[in-house]
Design a binder for this molecule. Sequence first.
Ligand SMILES: [Fe+2]
Length: 208
Amino acid sequence: MSLKDVLIEELRDLYSAENQLVKALPKMAKATKTAELKSLFTTHLEETKGQVERLKQAFQIIGKKPTGQHCNGMEGLVEEGKDAIESDEEGPVKDVELIGAGLRVEHYEIAGYTAAISIAKALGQKEIVALLSETLKEETAASKKLIAESKPALKGASADEDADEEEEDDKPKTAKEAESKAKSEKDEAEAAPELSAAPGKTPKSKKK
Ligand SMILES: [Fe+2]
């Protein structure tokens, strides 16, 4: 596999990721009642459509088709975002959840574009570097705006916390939550033994 093939793979991955986001961002915007956050998601949706176009231009330069690879990473992030969208929380707590999901998405994209730009640079693909750098700037700005938007959300959520006395138990309430809990315990069990000890317990020796 040549370095150019790696670049094509990275770009196809990003192309799939951006297309998945074009579908997901309207749902994120719909899930918040906060006007500023709604407009942040909506503005980033329009930017994302432009990012899809830039990737198409990059593929024109290379002379390849943009489709061919599904981005599993973004599928997972969108799936996690769904938890925030569907959560029963309301107001600032829900916004905090949505912002967390949004930040994960932006940073995943920042990593993807940073990698693709360095490969395109190494290949001397200046036009592609310019296209991808423009998108990287937008992703970085979106992430900063999300962090700024988290401040009022966190303030509101912590104010509600004082009023809200009831403690929720963390028992799974749905089959999905039960599956998630079981998997998290498997993650812990399969980690290195020195990492798998719960806080305050001594690590168990690894059985094989
Ligand atoms: Fe993007």
